[in-house]
Design a protein around this ligand. Structure first.
Ligand SMILES: Nc1nc2c(c(=O)[nH]1)N[C@H]1C(S)=C(S)[C@@H](COP(=O)(O)O)O[C@H]1N2
Ligand SMILES: [Mo]
Length: 901
């Protein structure tokens, strides 16, 4: 066994620092009541708005939050939901459709922020809508302390701030569902698919909960402290509990917090008041706190009983439905987190070139333990656990312990110097020689905590898919002179990852060997579990339903929807649906098969029986499939993506803003080796549903990706936003509101023109050779032109010349300018490029004015009878196309030499 001898970094603070900042005894025992003469306003003003500006960073020995984005707004997709008042960051990946808001950041972006996460990228877990609390109301927010106590207390946030001692410290919150996607791939659980970014760290400011309970005076026999939030859900207000002795223990650090990273709590994180329970699953940290109830027994809140539990592994979703005692068994309730770790770099799909000077690669990731325990080692294996290498660990949390006595941060005492518990994630890294990476099939990591509990090799699957913590495995693929890395899974419905791949190829993920064949051993037969069909139809249901009947129930009063050709009436489930009524209403009148089957557990599928009312007749099924989602996935992977007769889905994987109103939307095709199948000069149809009305919208676009590109499709789209007095674009706004990870339908190719290369064109099937293209465009009309231009200019052997006239309003409106300028600069002899601006800035040195007769006459001249050697391609907004057409007519151009895209 080979062990690289690497130093373990800053596992303990260096001794000299300890001397400089001697540790002090616990301070929380000292008087907790504050001088109440300090007015609330003064307190608030004293808090620096932005600590970066008001305090020199050189005084600080500990990390501060990175700057959060100043410009996050309410996003288009939230406007039609109850959360229309909540500003959010568009980078967050939505895990449960548009609403409620359950999100994690892309893993690399979370990791790149460092120890403290900004509010922008902090994961969010909301069971329902975010309560609306105006800024002006926050100080008057009332909460109570009640139950088995001597003095019931009703208090405002202002009182909490003025009358109690304020403390600040960093805490990592982790959702119990972190890494659940991996469980869902093995077998669907009752929970949605978190990736490995269901955790985040912030500096929380508030009051230690023990101070409040002491003030209320708990009675004899009081054992639990229950919390209740203000969010009303299908099964009552969200609530849960912790043990009384933890609440009273300063080491546990449970607090009632009103600030996150120095700012008042954002709406998604509990504005204006929440509980923070360090070292325990996020589910105990109740947001929008209204009630603290001291009790003798654990919380009887529905969410305490049916959420955040690890039931024994043999209990299936169906069994669990009839086991009320198992759900109420406190032994299965999760409190402390278990030890866990993940690799962040290499990222999923990261490629590493083997050529070059670099000799090692630094593998990096995070680890955490529960209940205040410390992660005491992190180990990496490159041979599936035969031998292990110690990784380096850094504990940024320790740096706060060294702060000078009495240090204040964000209006609270930095209550860390005496504390030994670990409330935060730590980071690990290991430099691995490239030769070793190249020789390995995978990188696995595991962490151990101070009680020597080490992460298990195998998954402990359970009904709710919580606390998933097997060794985190990144697969290494050798591809020519580079390595490609593959994480276990991607969050939400985003495809990708070795687990999905292995499963698709018939591997048994639970064979103790990551679904791989064990060499030299006989193949163990795969359990036939996956094949089990869940019955979703009532055996006495015989009614035949037509599409017209279905469509007459596309409303919120009696929403009918279709799964696998069967019709269901969701009316009676609107109240009880854990995903909320909106998602049922959204599916009304539609074929919901795909989304339903992808998101729901076996248990939920079995529940459908109760709502089954009939079957769609044959012709209605076809009609629905044509107007709705394409049914079925073709069995063999296809080399090209587009199909002319059927819609094919691609997953939206990125949105890149390139100007105020233009974005490049990137879609993942069905597999990494697939090309789009779109010939140069042709277009494709995109279809999606209006997020509000659910009506289908179809438009045609020309992607900007090269026809040879594999696995992805890039479409540049200008978004026509609604402005006062003018409705914007239905399609473009709907597209803009689609969350990453969701699909759009494509069909094609369409178009009468195709460029075959080297001057050869096909127009409506007729071949014709062109010597010169005259390309006239405006706005996003550049996209089809761009394809042809790129084909001409990047082929050295292509003798065709081009004249490009691109008209826009201002310089920023010229799309793809840098790309076009670059291509043309390399091919000056082949292309003349003219931009003209109708409202240029004074600094603009190029042509001014619209594309008019004068310009066209000068540049392309009259009546060139060219035997079809010139072809004019026009693409732009309708007025532009019309005016160009009439000018060309005046200049005696024949229609056969003009082509409108
Ligand atoms: N009132 C209320 N509190 C709540 C929840 C909720 O839905 N409502 N979700 C819980 C869960 S499951 C988690 S993981 C954390 C997430 O906290 P965050 O959204 O601030 O990251 O909040 C917890 N507190
Ligand atoms: Mo959670």
């Amino acid at each position: 066994m080979e062990i690289l001898n690497l130093p373990i970094e800053s596992q303990q603070p260096p001794a000299e620092n300890l001397l400089r900042y001697p540790p002090s005894p616990p301070a929380t025992q000292s008087s907790s009541r504050r001088d109440s003469s300090v007015s609330c306003d003064f307190e608030l003003q004293k808090l620096p708005h932005n600590v970066h500006e008001s305090e020199p960073e050189s005084f600080r020995t500990y990390p501060l939050p990175p700057r959060s984005r100043p410009d996050n707004n309410v996003l288009a997709e939230d406007l039609k939901t109850p959360d229309h008042h909540v500003a959010r960051d568009p980078r967050l990946i939505r895990l449960t459709g548009t609403h409620p808001f359950n999100v994690e950041a892309p893993l690399s972006e979370l990791f790149d922020e460092g120890f403290i996460t900004t509010k922008d990228l902090h994961y969010v877990r909301n069971h329902g809508a975010v309560p609306l609390v105006e800024d002006s109301e926050t100080m008057d927010w009332e909460f109570t302390i009640e139950g088995m106590i001597e003095t019931p207390i009703r208090m405002t946030l202002a009182q909490l701030i003025n009358e109690y001692e304020q403390v600040t410290y960093p805490v990592t919150l982790v959702c119990a569902g972190n890494r659940r996607k991996e469980q869902n791939i093995v077998r669907k659980t009752k929970g949605f698919s978190w990736g490995a970014a269901g955790l985040s760290t912030a500096l929380w400011t508030g009051v230690v909960i023990g101070d409040l309970i002491k003030a209320a005076g708990p009675k004899r026999g009081a054992k639990y402290v229950c919390f209740e939030g203000a969010d009303k859900l299908p099964n009552g207000y969200y609530g849960t509990c912790v043990k009384m002795n933890w609440a009273m223990d300063p080491n546990r650090g449970i607090m009632v917090a009103h600030r996150m990273n120095g700012e008042p709590l954002p709406p998604d994180h509990g504005k204006p008041l929440r509980v923070i329970v360090p070292g325990q699953i996020g589910g105990r940290s109740v947001k929008w706190l209204k009630r603290i109830i001291v009790t003798a027994a654990p919380s009887d809140n529905w969410y305490h009983i049916y959420d955040n539990r690890v039931l024994p592994t043999m209990i299936t979703p169906e069994m669990s439905a009839n086991m009320p005692d198992a759900w109420k068994d406190e032994r299965y309730a999760i409190y402390d987190l278990n030890t866990n770790s993940a690799t962040c770099y290499p990222a999923h799909d990261e490629r590493l070139a083997l050529a070059g000077n670099i000799q090692t690669y630094r593998v990096r990731g995070y680890a955490y333990a529960g209940g205040g325990k410390r992660v005491t080692r992190v180990e990496v294996t490159l041979d599936k656990g035969k031998s292990w290498i110690l990784a380096n660990i850094s504990y940024p949390e320790d740096e706060y312990r060294l702060a000078p006595e009495g240090e204040e941060l964000f209006g609270g005492r930095l209550d860390m110097s005496w504390r030994e518990a670990c409330f935060c994630w730590c980071f690990w890294y290991l430099d691995i020689p490239l030769s070793q990476l190249q020789a390995a099939d995978d990188i696995l990591v595991r962490a151990m905590d101070e009680s020597m509990m080490v992460q298990p090799r195998d998954m402990y699957w359970s009904v709710l898919g919580m606390m998933n913590n097997p060794w985190f495995r990144v697969v290494i693929h050798k591809e020519g002179h580079s390595l490609r890395f593959e994480h276990p899974a991607q969050p939400a419905l985003i495809p990708g990852g070795w687990m999905e791949r292995v499963k698709k190829n018939g591997g048994n993920l639970s064979n103790g060997y990551w679904g791989e064949k064990v060499s030299g051993e006989e193949e163990i037969p795969v359990e036939e579990e996956q094949a089990k069909e869940i019955c979703m139809v009532g055996k006495d249901v015989t009614r035949i339903i037509t599409i017209d009947e279905l469509k007459s129930h596309d409303n919120e009063n009696e929403p009918w929807f279709v799964v696998n050709g069967q019709v269901y009436d969701g009316t009676k489930f609107l109240e009880g649906h854990p995903g909320g009524a909106a998602s049922i209403i959204g599916a009304a009148g539609q074929d919901a098969s795909e989304e339903f089957l992808a998101i729901h557990s076996e248990n939920a599928k079995a529940m459908l029986v109760d709502y089954h009312i009939g079957s769609l007749d044959e012709s209605s099924r076809t009609a629905l499939a044509d107007g709705g989602s394409a049914a079925g996935i073709s069995p063999a992977p296809r080399a090209t993506f587009l199909q002319s007769k059927a819609w094919t889905k691609a997953i939206l994987s990125a949105k890149k803003k390139i100007s105020d109103d233009t974005k490049i939307f990137t879609f993942d095709l069905e597999h990494a080796n697939q090309t789009s199948g779109l010939p140069i000069g042709q277009h494709l149809m995109m279809r999606l549903r209006d997020p509000v009305t659910r009506e289908a919208i179809i438009r045609s676009y020309t992607p900007i990706s090269e026809v040879t590109e594999k696995g992805k499709l890039h479409v540049l789209i200008k978004i026509y936003y609604d402005i006062p007095g003018r409705k914007g674009g239905k399609m473009t706004q709907a597209l803009d509101s689609i969350p990453i990870g969701h699909f759009v339908d494509f069909k094609g190719p369409v178009g009468k023109f195709e460029y075959l290369g080297r001057g050869l064109c096909s127009i409506q099937g007729q071949r014709r050779t062109v010597k010169r293209f005259v390309m006239i465009c405006g706005g996003s009309g550049i996209t089809p032109i761009f394809q042809v231009l790129r084909a001409v200019l990047t082929d050295r052997e292509d003798p065709t010349t081009c004249l490009v006239i691109d008209g826009n309003r201002v310089e920023q409106d010229i799309l793809c300018k840098a790309d076009i300028d670059g291509m043309v600069a390399d091919n000056k002899s082949k292309c003349r490029l003219l931009y003209t601006l109708s409202r240029p800035e004074p600094s603009w040195a190029g042509l001014k004015g619209r594309i008019n007769k004068e310009l066209l006459e000068k540049e392309i001249g009259t009546c060139r009878s060219t035997n079809g050697e010139d072809l004019v391609l026009v693409c732009g907004p309708e007025p532009l196309e019309e005016s160009v057409h009439s000018i060309l007519k005046e200049l005696c151009w024949k229609d056969e030499n003009i082509l409108f895209f």
